[in-house]
Write a protein that binds this ligand. Sequence first.
Ligand SMILES: Nc1ncnc2c1ncn2[C@@H]1O[C@H](COP(=O)(O)OP(=O)(O)OP(=O)(O)O)[C@@H](O)[C@H]1O
Ligand SMILES: [Mg+2]
Length: 221
Amino acid sequence: MNDLMIEARGIRKQFGDLEVLKNIDLDIRSQEITSIVGASGAGKTTLLQIIGTLDAPDAGELKIRGQHVLGLKGRNLSAFRNSNIGFIFQFHRLLQEFSALENVLMPAWVAGKDDQITKDRASGLLRDLGLGDRLTHMPAQLSGGEQQRVAAARSLMNNPAIVLADEPTGNLDSGNADSLFDLFLELRDREGQTFVVVTHNERLASRGDRTVSMRDGVIIQ
Ligand SMILES: Nc1ncnc2c1ncn2[C@@H]1O[C@H](COP(=O)(O)OP(=O)(O)OP(=O)(O)O)[C@@H](O)[C@H]1O
Ligand SMILES: [Mg+2]
């Protein structure tokens, strides 16, 4: 399958006088890992927020899974987002009064799923990320990088068709950064998920299927 998961056309975004995205066209193919690289301030996070429907552009069109999403509002928009898109941010927030495993299980619980398969998936994701012996640790008992990996597992828990990750390896050493990327590759192959990964790490970026470079609000390749 090689159809388009995300089609962005003529996306513009301005903050005051500052033009942050200048007429961006971007296609994201299904079941691929697209890396987005570029200097600080190039507009990567702004673009990711827009294609994740968390922020609206000033102009342009956005189709996700063939559906025009810029017209969606309120409950329809959040329902669409919740059932299609997962986010991994550099600065995540775990629920402090729940264990690592419970934090990962939370999205499943919210969706009304609480069985052995669900538990196995949650602990499997944590094990894949090197946290198999941290399942019952509370967030305060985890290092920053461990917390980041728990948050990544939580984002992957409900198997979203699209995963948008903004510097997901920002707090990780190269071994753990590689493990997280390994998991993305495995989920792409095993579950057909589509990933868009913003990273400053060129070596990691090159492990994806395609790299998109941004500079000053435009895509340069
Ligand atoms: N809410 C906002 N109000 C005003 N300016 C903003 C706002 N959000 C972002 N900007 C500006 O837009 C530009 C692009 O920001 P963005 O966060 O998209 O960059 P980035 O490529 O993700 O950078 P980094 O690699 O540092 O995360 C920056 O110059 C930033 O200062
Ligand atoms: Mg950013």
